[in-house]
Ligand binder design. Structure first.
Ligand code: GLU
Length: 468
């Protein structure tokens, strides 16, 4: 069999939708699975709307997701190839050439200033009640599409259609098919919303004497709650948003694979090499996939957990850097690198996502950390918190803070001596030292903060803390 050639053909719209990302991903996976070629083609014929900035959104999103293209616009190490240019706005002569072929074959005519594609078969003018106009109905046989995901689909195309508008611009159907022919695309993998165009495309392939590619139409991504497909306004719809929020791209890619595909069992987290090995088009579900934020968070957490220490610290730093002028982020980045590293590693296993880091670690980088009112009311309402803090400060004054065990032991001994439990000291100490009732292990927190800062915070409860 000839080498597989697939393409991702986005129109630059200024944002990168999760559905586009998944279409790109399934094309990429199929190319990698078959040892084929992944082409990036920019469908930017709508010149008014398409700017360089919009293109950058596409390149950046694909690059961030790791979906490298073998042929296409040259960006970084991606792109090149001998079927270019890969932007439709630069391919006008090629469209003219193919249009001439259609004209020569007698498959076009002009009407109302536009160029129409002429279907074969008996034709008859009829008045369409619905559209309130006269149209040409053609006795055509339905196009049969052997869709690799949906199975056999038949669609009847029984009306001629415009291929060049009166302003001279070729329409989507023509340029899309011409490019697929010229770029020798073997498999068209795209969203199900294009299924309704496919019969027109099949007619054009045939009229141009070109082999019809294999089709695979991917079902929609439905919004998390309620009916309907995810629109760009829905939470989680835009790839830039995931990038900004510090999701791990490899986790997002893994999650996107699961939107419409599974390995044949209920595994979720899988190395991409394993997904490439198992991925195939008939394995894509026919039914629509539903976006599931919890599953994404779960997958992201699993990836975070398994990042090697250096890599986790690097990504955490990258996330803080991305926050720009944020005061908390600046404080974290200004801290000693070794200290920053210790804080991050202490919290690694506690996070669902990097976006939790600033709030979760704030008190390590400033003395001016907020006190959570709910946590305060809960802790201060029980026993004699001020006494507990004094006792704790005294007990820890000589403890070795380089060891979690030593700190734990000191608190245990203190609690046993007073006939109390570890928890009676832990919650009040956590509140005093971090301003909250959640966080990493208290012993780790104390060790990383160091004795001086811990004792200061235990001895001098913040105003808000003392006043409760
Ligand atoms: N440019 C089309 C879109 O963005 C893609 C068409 C196709 O994949 O055939 O929806």
């Amino acid at each position: 069999m000839a080498q597989v050639r697939v393409r991702f053909a986005p129109s630059p719209t200024g944002f990168f939708h999760i559905g586009s990302a998944r279409t790109a991903l399934f094309n990429w996976l199929y190319a990698r699975h078959t040892g084929g070629v992944f082409v990036l083609r920019i469908e930017d014929t709508d010149a008014a709307r398409n700017t360089e900035e919009f293109l950058k959104v596409i390149y950046d999103s694909l690059t961030w997701l790791g979906l490298n293209w073998d042929e296409g616009p040259k960006v970084g190490t991606c792109g090149g190839g001998d079927s270019g240019p890969y932007r439709q706005s630069e391919r006008a002569p090629i469209y003219r050439e193919y249009l001439e072929k259609l004209k020569a074959a007698g498959r076009t005519y002009e009407k109302d200033g536009a160029i129409w594609f002429k279907l074969l078969g008996d034709r008859q003018e009829v008045f369409d009640e619905h559209r309130k106009k006269t149209v040409v109905k053609v006795k055509n046989t339905p196009a049969v599409i052997e869709d690799l995901i949906r199975g056999r689909v038949e669609r009847l195309e029984d009306e001629d259609f415009v291929i060049v508008r009166s302003d001279g611009n070729p329409v989507f159907h023509l340029v899309n098919v011409v490019d697929d022919i010229a770029m020798r695309i073997t498999h068209v993998i795209r969203g199900e919303d294009h299924l309704s165009n496919t019969s027109k495309h099949v007619e054009l392939f045939k009229a141009l004497g070109a082999p019809v590619p294999a089709y695979a139409h991917i079902p929609l991504i439905l919004k998390q709650n309620g009916p309907g497909k995810m629109s760009k306004r829905d939470q989680g719809a835009l790839i830039e948003e995931y990038q900004r929020r510090g999701f791990l791209p490899e986790a997002l890619v893994n999650f996107l694979c699961l939107l419409g595909w599974n390995p044949g069992d209920d595994r979720e987290k899988m190395p991409i090499a394993e997904i490439i090995r198992l991925f195939d088009l008939p394995g894509v579900n026919q039914s629509n996939a539903r976006f599931d934020e919890k599953k994404l968070a779960h997958v992201n957490m699993a990836y975070l957990l398994e990042l090697p220490a250096d890599e986790f610290v690097r990504r955490a730093r990258g996330y803080f850097s991305g926050l720009g002028e944020n005061a908390g982020a600046k404080a974290a980045l200004a801290a000693d690198a070794g200290f920053f590293r210790e804080v991050m590693l202490l919290c690694q296993s506690k996070l669902k996502g990097l976006e939790e880091l600033p709030a979760y670690t704030a008190y390590f980088f400033t003395e001016d950390y907020p006190v959570d009112a709910k946590a305060r009311d809960k802790v201060m309402g029980k026993g004699d918190p001020a006494a507990r803090l004094r006792e704790l400060a005294a007990a820890l004054a000589t403890t070795d803070f380089s060891s979690d065990t030593a700190i734990e032991e000191a608190i245990k001994v203190l609690a046993a001596g007073k006939g109390l439990g570890f928890g009676d000291y832990q919650s009040v100490a956590r509140l005093a030292v971090s301003g909250t009732n959640i966080g990493p292990s208290i012993t780790g927190m104390f060790r990383v903060l160091g004795r001086e800062r811990v004792l200061a915070r235990l001895g001098l409860p913040k105003e808000a803390f003392g006043s409760a």
